[in-house]
Design a protein around this ligand. Structure first.
Ligand code: PLP
Length: 372
């Protein structure tokens, strides 16, 4: 791939899909069942299969990750102020506003780009009820320290785990930490059901409350216990998810090989910093972020433009910061002086394309634009 003018653009990701013919029998089954949503057979099977694959006890499927975040906050009756990161996708903080909760932004750790545990306590007030950290790019947060702080102050922890499908930490799935974890199965994520999401919880009672909340608050035909929402995953998405699960391990291995190829080639490039991977078993290679530092001959936006001009549609995740958007920027915690690390990183980051079908030639072409 040398003549980029003739070539198709290379996007930051390409949704992973099974062979279409393998999905047809699932569709035939749905047509036969005439059960399209409301906890149908594929929904039930997919919940069980995901629990097993991910190594978690309970999980409730959702129509997308954002409604799952909004519902997770409702399930735990979170109010007042919630401590969160400005370095994430905007849905993290939006879920708080949808619940009338005030986001309190805390800066990130420069190595993991996750909420800096050293800075959380200073942001706690009498109104604080919870912490909502993000396992950014699928790198686990400092779960032990966050848990200790939450326990000391009597706070709940809801992890936005939208990037963390399949991510392991020392004692198994990272999703077993915190009170709840929220997954996204959006088309752009490591594991997709076109649109979709889930809440992981630890006991049957909480799962039941979440199941009520995602179905308008219905407990039975005549009983409504909360102003719930319609967050139910359809049979179409659940069936696709079941099929996608069969191929996910292979897809993760392909991502791993691409990650390694980038990492090796960029190791010696002055001014390009690759973020850490904390060892083999933790990562899902969801993203390949690089930081373009001052020693690099081009500025971040110059390299970004060069990539764009040559057909490489890399993305600046996460720029701008959430705290820069109009509905957040007047919050005291959004102040420039409160978030220096987030600011610097958001001005240096580029996420390079990574997806299972990205070829070695394409990776080398992208690398040639950065190194050459
Ligand atoms: C994708 C994403 C979401 C939202 O998930 P949807 O399924 O698209 O609603 C939330 N948080 C983060 C960090 C995300 O990357």
């Amino acid at each position: 791939m040398t003549d980029s003018d003739d070539a198709q653009p290379i996007y930051v990701t390409q949704p992973y899909l099974p062979p279409l013919e393998e999905f047809i029998p699932y569709l035939e089954q749905i047509w036969e069942n005439r059960w399209l949503t409301n906890g149908g057979p594929f929904h039930q099977q997919f919940e069980r299969a995901l629990c097993e694959y991910l190594g978690v006890k309970h999980l409730a499927l959702f129509t997308n990750g954002t409604l799952a975040l909004v519902t997770a906050l409702q399930a735990l009756r979170i109010t007042g102020e919630v401590i969160t990161t400005p370095y994430s996708f905007v849905a993290t903080a939006h879920s708080l506003l949808w619940n009338g909760i005030k986001p309190v932004f805390v800066d990130i750790d420069p190595n993991t780009l996750n909420l800096d545990p050293n800075k959380i306590e200073a942001a706690i007030t009498p109104q604080t009820t919870a912490i909502m950290p993000v396992h950014c790019y699928g790198h686990p947060c400092d779960i032990d320290r966050i848990e200790r702080i939450a326990d000391n102050y009597g706070l709940k922890v809801i992890y936005d785990a939208a990037h963390a499908f399949g991510v392991q930490c020392n004692d198994g799935s990272v999703l077993n930490h915190g009170d709840l974890s929220v997954l996204s199965f959006h088309a752009t994520k490591v594991f997709n059901t076109f649109e979709g999401g889930a809440i992981v919880c630890h006991d049957a009672k909480t799962k039941q409350r979440i199941d009520h909340l995602k179905n308008f608050g219905f407990v039975d035909e005549v009983t409504v216990v909360a102003p719930g929402i319609n967050g139910k995953m359809s049979e179409f998405n659940a069936a696709l998810g079941l099929l996608q699960l069969k191929n996910i391990d292979e897809a993760l291995l392909k991502r791993k090989a691409i990650d390694a190829r980038y990492r090796q080639a960029l190791a010696g490039v002055t001014g390009i910093h690759c973020l850490l991977v904390e060892g083999e078993k933790v990562a899902n290679y969801a993203y390949f972020p690089i930081l373009v530092q001052s020693e690099y001959p081009l500025r971040r936006d110059e390299l970004y433009q060069k990539l764009q001009d040559n057909g490489v549609k890399a993305r600046r995740y996460f720029y701008p910061l959430i705290s820069d958007f109009p509905m957040y920027r007047s919050l005291p915690s959004a102040a420039e002086s409160n978030l220096p690390v987030s600011r610097r990183v958001s001005e240096q980051v580029i996420c390079l394309p990574i997806y299972p079908d990205l070829s070695e030639q394409q990776v080398d072409y992208i690398l040639s634009l950065i190194i050459g």
